[in-house]
Write a protein that binds this ligand. Structure first.
Ligand code: KIV
Ligand code: ZN
Length: 523
């Protein structure tokens, strides 16, 4: 839209109804101040028309439309009404201070609505509609007329209604698929039929308002645009009655990403899409599903090794939108069991680790084991793994192959270990103790035979959640001085999703250090 509010040839007007149809979502009610905050965010994002509420519905809605009319000066502000004078009076009052007010009135056009909801005839309903437009015109120049349930209406009747309300002064005619019933082909054909059969249609803008009951709201809206609609009615995050409305972010980004096909522009600053989505989600309390197009947490997250490899080589191999363009955080490489070496190396490099091939391989093998147990391996898990596997700057004399512990309130804590020794010989032994950790240390001592005293044991959850990696730190003190002087203390750490395994690793790590120090002292 240009400065005077006139639509330019290649423009599609964005009519945002987050504050009206969106707010009709169960549990999404907003206070007047919250509505104003959303309204400001919509204005900043560049929407053309804000449907600010349904003024007759409650004093709060009326006040919200009033406040928004007063404070938001760069958008057309619209208020919804039914096709009666009382509703229109309330809307006019609410919109009094708007820089560019619009009244949105209308009536059902399907026989279902005319017969069962309005309990009238087609002819009478048509007269009401025309009367409502004429009445609204007394207050404002800009009157939008909705033909509720147009998706299920008799098309010849719909054409007659549209022609009549345009004659009465409607500037915009809204074609809602109120129940989300149509398919894209059908909805596109409906708009095409209107363009071809309503003689005065060129005097009004065609608007499309699609609901998502069959998951086709976005596709239907775009089909409408391809067939001549030049206003799209949308909500942030697609919130709205039942399954919601066509979502702003999907429509805007479809038009932008596939401009080659649509050759149409909107006035939306797409960089504001993600922050506004967060704001609406927080204020309405309606979470955005992780796989939601454009604004979901996973919209720019790559989990499979093949995809990670592609994205790291060239982002566009698996991304059709740059997350920066919608103000979303940059693409995330999610490390999971499906991640490959390339993804892991990249993440480690980002964290500042540059590992030798041998070290990297150990980290990778360990990472795969952790990833098999956890859904996603995060930064702190990785740090624990690297500390555990890669920062071993001494020769590991003994390696843990297997550990098994039994314990419980009525059993004697017992540990069985299998350990590979310096000559490759594998030994198996078991012992019991006062608790599982004591039993582990005793069982390991039976194989290793290095006398020491355990002086500290601590355990820490590296990551939150039930599947967290636990990191165990153990400090032992050698029974005899290693190279004269004091009895030295050696620390060891181990990380694993199983704290029993982490404890065994930590203890053996400390023992290996002690043995390495003794060996060094002897040479
Ligand atoms: O879905 C619908 O038909 C509506 C109208 C009131 C425009 O929301
Ligand atoms: Zn609706």
């Amino acid at each position: 839209m240009d400065a005077s509010g006139i639509s330019t040839p290649n423009a599609v007007m964005v009519f945002d109804t987050t504050l009206r149809d969106g707010e009709q979502s169960p549990g999404a009610a907003l206070s007047v101040d919250e509505k104003l905050e959303v309204g400001r965010a919509l204005e900043e994002m560049g929407v053309d028309i804000i449907e600010a509420g349904f003024p007759i519905s409650s004093p709060g809605d009326l006040r919200a439309v009033q406040q928004i009319s007063r404070k938001i000066r760069n958008c057309v502000i619209c208020g919804l009404t039914r096709a009666n004078h009382e509703d229109i009076d309330a809307a006019a009052e609410a919109l009094e201070e708007a820089a560019r007010p619009r009244i949105h009135t209308g009536l059902g056009v399907s026989d279902l609505h005319i017969r069962h909801k309005l309990r009238t005839t087609r002819e009478k309903a048509l007269e009401w509609g025309v009367d409502a437009v004429k009445y609204a015109k007394k207050y404002v120049e800009d009157v939008q007329y909705y033909t509720e349930d147009a998706g299920r209406a008799d098309q010849t009747y719909l054409y007659r209604v549209l022609e009549a309300v345009i004659v009465a002064g409607a500037t915009v005619v809204n074609i809602p698929d109120t129940t989300g019933y149509t398919t894209p082909d059908e909805f596109g054909a409906l708009i095409k039929g209107i363009v071809e059969n309503v003689p005065n249609i060129h005097k009004a803008t065609i608007s499309v308002h699609c609901h998502n009951d069959l998951g086709m709201a976005t596709a239907n809206t775009l089909a409408g645009v391809l067939n001549g609609a030049r206003q799209v009615e949308v909500t942030v995050n697609g919130i709205g009655e039942r399954a919601g409305n066509s979502s702003l972010e999907e429509i805007v980004m479809a038009l932008k990403t596939r401009r080659d096909l649509f050759r149409l522009d909107t006035s939306i600053d797409t960089h504001r899409i993600y922050p506004v989505s967060r704001l609406v989600s927080q204020l309405t309390g309606m979470a955005v599903q992780p796989n939601k197009a454009i604004v979901g947490a996973n919209a720019f997250a790559h989990s499979s090794g093949i995809h990670q490899d592609g994205v790291l080589k060239e982002r566009t191999t698996y991304e059709i939108i740059n997350p920066h363009d919608v103000g979303a955080p940059k693409s995330a490489i999610i490390l999971s069991a499906r991640s490959g070496r390339h993804g892991l190396r990249h993440r480690l490099a980002e964290l500042g680790y540059s590992l030798q091939d041998g070290q990297f391989e150990k980290v990778y093998q360990r990472f795969i084991k952790v990833a098999d147990k956890k859904k996603a391996v995060d930064t702190r898990d990785l740090e624990a793994i690297v500390a555990d596997e890669a920062q071993v700057f001494f020769e590991e004399t003994y390696q843990l192959e297997h550990i098994q512990v039994t314990c419980g309130s009525h059993s004697i804590p017992t540990a069985t270990v299998r350990i590979r020794g310096p000559d490759g010989h594998v030994s198996c032994d078991a012992d019991h103790g006062t608790g599982p950790v004591d039993a582990i240390c005793r069982a390991i001592n039976r194989v290793v035979g290095e006398r020491n005293e355990l002086i500290e044991f601590s355990i820490q959850a590296v990551t939150e959640g039930i599947d967290a990696v636990g990191r165990v730190t153990i400090r032992i003190q050698a029974d005899e001085p290693v190279n004269g002087g004091e009895r030295r203390v050696f620390s060891g750490h181990g990380a694993d999703t199983d704290i029993v395994v982490a404890s065994a690793k930590a203890y053996l790590f400390a023992l290996n250090r002690l043995i390495a120090a003794r060996r060094e002292a002897a040479t």
